[in-house]
Design a protein around this ligand. Structure first.
Ligand code: HEM
Length: 227
């Protein structure tokens, strides 16, 4: 335990924690996007899937028991990801009070600023998103029906500024996933000349697939493809 705390105190330890919590969150956004594709199969398919999520492990676990455990894991990963990101930013600032000059540093600064602001936008989006599709108070959703996920998504995205906000947030998510995956491989030691191309291709493909699929949902509702 003492060794783990000592490791966490170093910047390598914090980067490792960012990468490990990032893997959990990447897994979540991938699984969530795949599940949401059921929107294209119609109301019964999406609503049955949402109900199934609540029934996993039942009756060994209480109804929604597994879902709550899963939510705790995701929430823990979000908390650790934000904690490590904040501490790394403070460490970097303390280590470099005077700005360097030079292309590499400018590029690294640009990437980490993009990550920081992207992270803030995504966090704000998730808070709004939980109110919009999970809790459904009238200020966030015009006609929330508990259990009718298909209806909630379609009616929710018929409001153009809401659909626009989802599209912007998912563009930010795409950039965040790209930079995040790229640096995650570095933190986990998957680097070196021979792996550069593979790393970049994987990060680009993953970010594009998630962002495009997520953006397709509000676009499909706005254009009437899904109604
Ligand atoms: C356009 C894209 C998206 C759509 C259509 C969508 C749809 C939904 C819906 C319908 C729910 C409620 C599910 C239920 O009650 O069973 C939900 C929950 C949630 N979504 Fe999304 N989502 C999208 C993107 C995202 C993104 C990008 C993130 C994270 C970065 C995210 C994070 C969450 C979380 C944390 C929950 C709560 C899960 C739970 O408590 O069960 N969503 N989403």
């Amino acid at each position: 335990m003492a060794k783990l705390i000592q490791l966490y105190r170093s910047s390598v330890g914090k980067k490792f924690l960012m990468a490990a919590s990032g893997i959990v969150l990447f897994g979540f956004v991938l699984g969530h996007m795949l599940g949401n594709l059921k929107l294209y199969l119609g109301p019964e398919s999406l609503n049955r899937y949402a109900e199934w999520l609540r029934e996993i492990g039942y009756p060994a676990l209480p109804h929604s028991g597994f879902l709550w455990l899963f939510r705790l894991v995701v929430l823990g990963a979000v908390g650790l990801h934000i904690l490590a990101a904040t501490q790394l930013t403070l460490l970097n600032r303390r280590a470099r009070p005077v700005d360097y000059r030079g292309r590499q540093v400018v590029e690294a600064d640009y990437a980490s600023r993009t990550m920081r602001w992207g992270g803030v936008i995504i966090a704000l989006f998730v808070l709004y998103h939980l109110a919009h599709f999970t809790l459904g108070p009238s200020w966030a959703h015009p006609d929330f029906v508990p259990g009718d996920v298909y209806h909630n998504v379609v009616v929710g995205f018929q409001v153009p500024w809401v659909a626009g906000f989802y599209i912007l947030a998912n563009i930010a998510l795409g950039f965040h996933l790209y930079h995040g995956l790229w640096s995650m491989f570095q933190s986990l030691g998957v680097d070196g000349e021979s792996r550069q191309g593979w790393r970049r291709n994987f990060a680009v493909a993953f970010a594009w697939i998630i962002a495009l699929a997520n953006i397709s949902f509000p676009v499909a509702v706005l254009t009437g493809i899904v109604s």
